[in-house]
Ligand binder design. Structure first.
Ligand SMILES: [Mg+2]
Length: 256
């Protein structure tokens, strides 16, 4: 565990958390709470994380998720009920009531994403494709070096014809084409607006989590969870799973 921002000591955050009228813990899933696996379907929480999350929720901390996965798919992997989830990098919102809403999608953007998906399938990479609302993701973690090189070429070709309403972003283990206007940062801003009295923290591992770190309210805590640190806007870096369990345990102790 290491402070990346000396102006924000963790002890000060725990003191503020103890005194806060409301607490909101926002979490990314893949790479943060669950280690990466060759098959995304196999990604499960690190040992010991589920009971900590259950206890934190019981103790009164609001827990929400912001993930690249579709919101309902993520809901099915969680040990918690009644959590708010922003899925597909903020393109989807699953309320605590179970109501799913999706950001409007322009016909031109939808058509381009459909065509991009067809192009990837036609090149023989259906296994690498993940289709979500407002996004097409290409995963190359499972590919050999030749497959990765071919997928990189495909992505480069597709990026040339990208319409203005879409953009492309690299993530850990792949690349994604996505409708502009929603990201993990807009999800954090919505959560902050809905919980104006809450002290918030966000835990994430990836480049896409930097938008979320940047969107936190001034008193919020941004936590980078990764085996190795990297340049980041986060205030704190933790190495999973031990330091992650330690952080969640300290949250519980501060709010008991
Ligand atoms: Mg992640």
């Amino acid at each position: 565990m290491k402070a990346l921002d000396r102006a924000k000591p963790l002890e000060g955050f725990w003191e503020m958390l103890a005194a806060a009228p409301e607490r909101l813990l926002v979490l990314d899933y893949d790479g943060t709470l669950a280690p990466f696996t060759a098959h995304r379907e196999d990604a499960a929480l690190y040992p010991g994380i589920a009971p900590l999350l259950i206890d934190l929720q019981r103790q009164g901390t609001h827990i929400a998720f912001v993930s690249g996965r579709p919101a309902r798919e993520l809901a099915g992997r969680l040990p918690l009920a009644g959590v708010e989830i922003f899925g597909a990098h903020g393109q989807e919102h699953l309320a605590t009531t179970g109501l799913l809403t999706r950001a409007p999608l322009a016909p031109e953007a939808r058509q381009w994403l459909d065509e991009a998906a067809r192009h990837i399938i036609a090149a023989g990479f259906e296994r690498a494709l993940e289709r979500k609302h407002g996004t097409v993701a290409i995963h190359w973690r499972r590919e050999d070096p030749e497959g990765r090189a071919r997928l990189t070429d495909l992505v480069t070709d597709l990026a040339q014809g990208l319409p203005g309403g879409l953009h492309g972003l690299a993530f850990d283990g792949g690349y994604e084409f996505r409708v502009r206007g929603r990201d993990k940062g807009t999800a954090i801003a919505e959560l902050a607006a809905r919980h104006p009295r809450a002290l918030m923290a966000y835990l994430g591992d990836d480049i896409t989590d930097e938008d979320a770190f940047a969107a936190l309210p001034r008193d919020g805590l941004a936590v980078l969870v990764r085996t190795e640190p990297r340049p980041s806007r986060a205030h704190l870096w933790l190495r999973p799973p031990d330091e992650l369990r330690g952080f969640l345990g300290a949250w519980m102790a501060a709010t008991r």
